[in-house]
Design a protein around this ligand. Structure first.
Ligand code: G16
Length: 536
């Protein structure tokens, strides 16, 4: 380690006195001006991780759904997954070390994680369109160079594109070509192969309006447009030329507010969708002829994909284990539909795609989606090999055709992480193949009326949870209040948890009717009261 270079460069990226930041749900997030030392140090950490696992690591500068003034950093592990949880603690230690302790903390990490500093290291870098992202990604490069690593800067890319690149690189191209063209070609080819078998694409079914949250999704969709077949005509809104990122638009806004984004003119029954700021989430929606807004969130996306995959799996007659992974935010009726009508096992884990991804890996076909629209499907190596073999060797036409569709789904789905572009193409293909309108999809089941609120409290860390965040352990008395409240209403459920991406507490409540959601007001009141609220 070049100690002189470490001292010199860390002085250029000083840690503000007294500032402590925790590794959250998806890495570090804060106001952009507080993050320069964090991204520099995550450059250092990425090199250590790369040396530890002898593979390329990814760093994405983004704060995804957060306001434009925020920023953050997401670290990508060798196969495109989120950073392994065992390294989150090292990330927090390195982020919060005082400058004079940096070398000591690096040495400790090297000892604990058995990092050989003499090994080679390489890092892929990407960034979103926030005004602060370019400078922050330069600080990442400083960190990488101090520890003598190689890097490739992809510049402006969506988060899932960077995950894809890392996976391609570490599988020596088996997953695809580690270039944007490689990504566009792989997805569009699989999509075209899939919809070849569709017989029902009326003129209206071709069109899709996309709210890109004024973020990177708009740029990358425009680049991809020439690769789209004529069966899909996309119309891009909120492309970032006029308004601020995520402001009154984007997947998070639409999901939380349960209303259409600004800047998108929606006619009755038109199929529309919204991406979030770094294009790793997607939600669909439409307005009916009476003007009512209908949200089709991650739960309904998971349901549509599960129906489609289950039918294909039945046709290929293999003993594949399929399951859906959700979080506490999943609408109660989605879980009931999946378990009782579709007969698919459902598992509930803590918020954060890292938790869902990990659980989904236990199955041959693991469908995971958060209600907020973040999700994907994982196929086990055994399932993938068997499916590809059936495509080549199966004599029975129906079985071989089903296997072919599954093979194209495997290639179309970004298995490294939730990806708004890939998920959108998966959904569009399924709707076309099944001849479903957005209204028919929506009518699969009716969501229980629900509300999701954020409140600011003095210190959100006083709330500790258990049971996949469905129950509060602290502050004392809060869970008892929630239990007493939900008992009063039919199909009622509520929980409180601290966000891992924003300085807020999230409160979720659902019940059989909107009127009974008085439960939300009361849970909010007790949360505020018991956490000694600042503002509510
Ligand atoms: C990130 C995570 C998601 C999570 C969301 C909200 O999304 O990747 O898994 O659902 O944060 O987390 P929290 O409720 O802890 O704030 P994104 O799209 O912002 O990267």
């Amino acid at each position: 380690m070049d100690l002189e270079a470490l001292r010199r460069y860390s002085a250029l990226h000083p840690k503000p006195a007294g500032l402590t930041l925790q590794y959250g749900t998806a890495g570090f997030r804060s106001r952009a001006e507080q993050l320069d030392h964090i991204v520099f140090r995550m450059g250092l950490l990425a090199i250590l991780r790369s040396k530890a696992v002898t593979a390329t690591i990814g760093i994405m500068v983004t704060a995804s759904h957060n306001p434009e003034e925020d920023n953050g950093v997401k670290l990508v592990d060798p196969l495109g997954e989120m950073l392994h949880p065992s390294w989150e603690e090292y990330a927090t230690q390195l982020a919060n070390a005082e400058e004079q302790e940096l070398q000591k903390v690096i040495t400790e990490i090297c000892q604990k994680a058995e990092v050989n500093l003499h090994k080679d290291a390489s890092v892929f870098i990407g960034r979103d369109t926030r005004p602060s992202s370019k400078k922050l990604s330069q600080s990442v490069i400083d960190g990488i160079q101090v520890l003598g690593g190689q890097y490739h800067d992809y510049g402006l890319v969506t988060t899932p594109q960077l995950h894809y690149m890392v996976c391609c690189q570490n599988t020596q191209g088996q997953y695809g070509k580690a270039t944007l063209e490689g990504y566009y070609e792989k997805l569009s080819k699989a999509f075209m192969e899939l919809i070849k078998q569709s017989h029902c694409s009326g003129e209206n079914q071709k069109h899709l309006k996309i709210d890109c949250a004024n973020g990177i999704g708009a740029l990358k969709l425009s680049e991809m447009k020439p690769y789209f077949p004529q069966e899909v005509v996309i119309h891009i809104y909120n492309d970032g030329t006029k308004e601020k990122l995520n402001h009154l638009c984007g997947a998070d806004f639409v999901k939380v507010q349960q209303k259409p984004p600004g800047g998108l003119d929606m006619k009755p029954n038109e199929r529309c969708c919204s991406f979030d700021g770094d294009a790793d989430r997607i939600v669909y929606y439409y307005k009916d002829t009476a003007g009512h807004f209908h949200l089709i969130d991650g739960d309904k996306i998971a349901t549509l994909i599960s129906i489609f995959l289950k039918e294909l799996l039945a046709k290929v007659k293999q003993d594949f284990k399929m399951a859906v992974v959700q979080t506490a935010y999943a609408n109660g009726n989605s879980t009931r539909y999946l378990q009782e009508t579709l007969k698919v096992p459902v598992h509930c884990v803590k918020t954060g795609v890292k938790h869902l991804h990990h659980k989904a890996q236990e199955f041959d076909v693991g469908v995971y989606f958060e209600a907020n629209g973040h999700g994907t499907v994982l196929f086990s190596k055994t399932a993938e090999t068997k499916i590809r073999q059936l495509v080549k060797e199966e004599k029975d036409d129906e079985k071989r055709e089903a296997a072919k569709m599954l093979e194209n789904m495997i290639d179309l789905i970004n298995q490294t992480v939730g990806d708004a572009v890939s998920d959108m193409l998966v959904i569009e293909a399924i709707l076309a193949l099944k001849g479903l309108t957005v209204q028919q999809w929506d009518a699969l089941y009716t969501d229980l009326p629900n509300r999701l609120l954020k409140v600011q409290v003095a210190d959100r860390r006083v709330i500790d949870t258990t049971d996949a965040e469905r129950r509060a352990l602290t502050p004392p008395g809060l869970q008892e209040k929630i239990d007493a409240l939900v008992k009063k209403y039919k199909l009622s459920r509520a929980f409180v948890r601290p966000s891992g991406t924003e300085d807020v507490v999230r409160i979720y409540a659902e019940a059989d009717t909107q009127v009974r959601q008085g439960v939300m007001k009361e849970v909010c009141f007790h949360t505020c009261h018991l956490t000694m609220l600042n503002k509510c």
